[in-house]
Write a protein that binds this ligand. Structure first.
Ligand SMILES: *Cc1c(COP(=O)(O)O)cnc(C)c1O
Length: 372
């Protein structure tokens, strides 16, 4: 490969080219049955994804955001309830807490795993704590045992935000099967992505899952019988059919991501100004993103962009410092690890099917930047 070859941040085009026949024929089948919302493809996907997650139940919804909102509402969040989560995440984790009537309580992250710090969560727990939402960020499971034990002591629930961690394992168990409910996104760039919007809630409690199913369908328990108001939040049948095709490849794709992470580690090790991501000892990481850290982040980002290498920031401005959360009046400096990581993080190209030569070319550019 020439050193001028561009390296995209994410390459869905190549992934879909290999699946084109299957995807098009499943679209043709949907066209011929005209079953577009709900129906047998959705039910089959729900069974298969539940089995994949080692979870008794799965309910398909319209997005990861819906999954979170319906999970909080199904768990009965009441006005004034505090829900503890991280500020180093995508806003959907937190905005849905507010939309469900709860109050967001941001806590800091652990510097090594970049997920919720159980000690910080412990400090934040109080009489109004109703739930804790660990985010398995970048494909790394949060330290669930510590969080589950903390929640149990307080009679609080745990919802896993697994939108970036399809297939990841915590001490051998699939994420999404450990909290009261697990929430997944099938946004196209996620480890399991639809060709549009999609999401799912997993869980073991039949009543909670029934509540999620009602919420996605205008609160109805059977046709035109509404016990509560709800939402239009269903998974589309075409997306379910596409997801079934992709689910069969997910383990292979995740292992390709782990392979690319290992190549990065070999090629980038030993640079004193660069911190590489690390899988926690309890984790099987699925590298949704490969996020390095450096004090020279902005200059490195610019340098890589000029070299034709796609890189991203996840996330440059923590939620507690966003205008949307100004009413919480949290000062800069309140979440020091979160703020440091936000200033230093840089996501390098990472996608299944990434070639070793592509990883090496990225690594060569990074080493070049540091004058190595
Ligand atoms: C993508 C994402 C969501 C939201 O999922 P959508 O399908 O885009 O609504 C929620 N939480 C995290 C951590 C995410 O990365």
């Amino acid at each position: 490969m020439s050193s001028e070859a561009r390296i995209p941040f994410l390459d869905l085009v190549t992934q879909h080219r290999a699946l084109e026949e299957e995807l098009v024929s499943s679209f043709r089948a949907a066209l011929r049955t005209a079953q577009f919302v709900g129906g047998p493809e959705v039910e089959a996907f729900e069974r298969e994804f539940a089995a994949y997650c080692d979870s008794p139940y799965c309910s398909g919804v319209n997005s990861g955001t819906d999954a979170l909102r319906f999970a909080y509402l199904a768990l009965g969040v009441r006005p004034g309830d505090e829900i503890i989560t991280v500020a180093h995440t995508f806003i959907a984790t937190a905005e849905t807490i507010t939309q469900a009537g709860g109050r967001v309580r941001f806590v800091d992250i652990d510097e090594r795993t970049m997920t919720i710090d159980p000690e910080a969560a412990k400090q934040a727990v109080g009489p109004r704590t109703a739930g804790i939402v660990p985010v398995h960020l970048y494909g790394q499971p949060a330290d669930l045992d510590a969080i589950l034990a903390l929640a149990r002591r307080r009679g609080a629930w745990v919802v896993e935000d697994a939108a970036q961690a399809h297939g990841a394992r915590y001490k051998g168990k699939r994420v999404g099967s450990l909290g009261a409910l697990g929430c997944f996104s099938f946004y196209p760039g996620k480890n399991l992505g639809s060709l549009g919007e999609g999401g799912a809630v997993t869980g073991a409690d039949e009543n909670l899952m029934r509540a999620v199913r009602r919420l996605r369908e205008h609160g109805q328990s059977s046709k035109y019988v509404h016990q509560t108001e709800g939402f239009n939040g269903r998974l589309h049948a075409i997306q379910a059919a596409f997801l079934r095709i992709k689910l069969r490849r997910l383990d292979e794709w995740n292992s390709q991501r782990r392979g690319a992470a290992a190549w990065y580690r070999d090629a980038l090790g030993g640079l004193s100004d660069l911190i590489l991501p690390d899988a926690a000892p309890y984790a099987e990481h699925v590298y949704h993103l490969y996020v390095v850290r450096t004090a020279a982040r902005d200059r490195l980002h610019e340098y890589l962009t000029k070299q034709g290498i796609g890189a991203g920031l996840h996330y440059p401005q923590p939620l507690h410092l966003q205008e949307a959360y100004s009413s919480l009046a949290i000062k800069k400096g309140a979440l020091p690890v979160t703020e440091r990581v936000a200033a230093q993080c840089l996501s390098l190209p990472m996608f299944p099917g990434m070639a070793q030569m592509q990883v090496e070319r990225v690594a060569e550019a990074v080493r070049g930047f540091f004058g190595d």
